[in-house]
Design a binder for this molecule. Structure first.
Ligand code: OFO
Length: 171
């Protein structure tokens, strides 16, 4: 079954969303570096690269289904955060937005009886559960650590250990 124009259009929009997420996280990484929080900077950089993989997954899928990849401009990033707490708050909001977009795509795939897209999108549905949970967990830890600077330093050290792993569906 050929992929519908509407599904192509929402996938293209999502490719753009994923690159925008990558841009946001790369900017957060730069801001954390400016604050000398190298561990947070590492965490955001790894996250940016994961977002790039997410975009790549959609691109490959669209091509496999005979679709056309559009390449609209990526929105600028509002980088007015003044703390890592604000960055993780923004991160959680961004992930909640992405989750809503993915859910809408799944609903469209079901409505069109496009079961290949349903199956493909399921990976992203599960991924978003993890993305939201992680952003929310780190945000809570930052809030706990706020009254104790050494706790924030410890968290920075922990986040510095994060390494990039290629998502299993692209291996
Ligand atoms: Fe691609 O998951 Fe975050 O935005």
């Amino acid at each position: 079954m050929k992929i519908s124009y509407e599904m192509q259009s929402v996938i293209n929009r999502q490719i753009n969303n994923e690159f925008h997420s990558a841009y946001i996280y790369m900017t957060m990484s730069a801001k954390a570096s400016e604050m000398n929080l190298k561990g947070f900077a590492n965490w955001f950089e790894v996250q940016a690269k994961e977002e790039f993989y997410h975009a790549e997954g959609f691109i490959k899928y669209l091509i496999d289904r005979g679709g056309i990849v559009a390449a609209p401009a990526i929105d600028a990033v509002d980088s007015s955060w003044t703390s890592v707490e604000e960055m993780y708050k923004a991160s959680l909001e961004q992930e909640q937005k992405v989750t809503a977009d993915i859910d809408a795509m799944v609903a469209l795939a079901h409505a069109e009886k496009d079961f290949a897209s349903v199956e493909f999108l399921n990976w992203y549905v599960r991924e978003q559960v993890e993305e939201e949970a992680t952003a929310s967990e780190i945000l809570e830890q930052i809030r706990f650590a706020k009254s104790a600077p050494c706790a924030l330093m410890f968290l920075d050290k922990q986040l510095g250990k994060r390494k990039l792993e290629k998502p299993e569906i692209w291996e």
